[in-house]
Design a protein around this ligand. Structure first.
Ligand code: PAF
Length: 281
């Protein structure tokens, strides 16, 4: 399996590709799990060649401890990718290679998509995501780039990024992959105790009931119910529950026919921050 670690080797490799070959990029921060692999499988079906970038991006971490604790498992990641195909190309650069010794976060105007939910609780996070995704897309110039819907807000912001920066790529959102008990797959799940990981089905079960309730009740009533449900649980601490329009990500006040909504949630358990979301209609 080809593992590229420098920009100049990346350039040489990309120059060797024929112009009519589609390249699918799956950007990741490593610690790969079945959620990532589902993106890679989809990219493999839809492109001649798949590249997986593995880069723990410092500019998107608002919490230093979170960055330090982020798992780095390159060998294991490569072995997992090989189970899909050894023709996948890995791009795993260092921080200096990517940021050329100047780690600077660019500022974007994401038209309000970045000021709610994750943006409200993680200062500058989406500017950091924008910075690295713009960099990777400009370096690699893929035909298609794949992102998971677990980070639905991120997905919408990346769609906005390519619109405002005029980057010629198709952004493809892929459904959330869940553990057998219902917890959305995430590299952070490894940090949960075995017991909490099983009990975390509570998050998805609550979201599913919220979806049911949203059929007949107002967004406010559903949010209140979720808040109370978490209040009565000792293992999971609710950071936020929001019900938003999927295009604007603005909290819904009154449901409008023809509009699509999602419930978004962030929860702490065992000192680990977990996010999830569900389509409501
Ligand atoms: O979703 C992620 O893993 C990261 O935010 C991304 C898109 C790879 C950028 O670092």
């Amino acid at each position: 399996m080809l593992v590229i670690t420098t920009n100049s080797n990346l350039k040489t490799f990309l120059n060797s590709l024929s112009k009519n070959e589609n390249l699918g990029l799956v950007p990741t921060m490593g610690a790969l799990h079945k959620g990532h692999l589902s993106l890679v499988e989809k990219a493999k079906k839809e492109n001649h060649l798949v590249m997986v970038s593995i880069f723990v991006n410092p500019t998107q971490f608002n919490n230093k401890e979170d960055l330090e604790k982020y798992p780095s498992t390159l060998e294991k990641d490569i072995a997992l990718l090989k189970t899909i195909s050894d023709k996948i190309v890995v791009f795993a650069p260092s921080v200096n290679e990517i940021y050329q010794n100047k780690v600077v976060t660019k500022k974007y105007n994401f038209k309000g998509l970045d000021t709610v939910m994750e943006g409200e609780f993680r200062d500058d996070h989406f500017n950091g995501v924008g910075t690295i995704v713009e960099l990777l897309l400009n370096l690699i110039k893929p035909t298609n780039a794949y992102f998971g819907e677990k980070d639905f807000q991120q997905l919408q912001i990346i769609k906005k990024l390519i619109e405002i920066k005029n980057i010629p790529v198709s952004i493809i959102g892929c459904p959330i992959v869940r553990e057998p008990h219902g917890l959305a797959m995430s590299s952070r799940n490894e940090r949960l105790s075995k017991q909490t990981r099983i009990e975390a089905s509570f998050i998805y079960e609550t979201l599913k009931t919220a979806k049911e309730k949203f059929g007949t009740k107002s967004a406010l009533k559903v949010k209140d119910w979720v808040t109370k449900t978490f209040h009565n649980n000792d293992t999971f601490e609710l950071e936020y529950i929001e019900i938003s329009n999927i295009k604007t990500l603005k909290p819904v006040k009154r449901k409008q026919t023809g509009e699509k909504y999602r419930a978004f949630i962030a929860v702490y358990a065992d000192n680990v921050r977990l996010i999830d979301n569900i389509a409501l209609n």
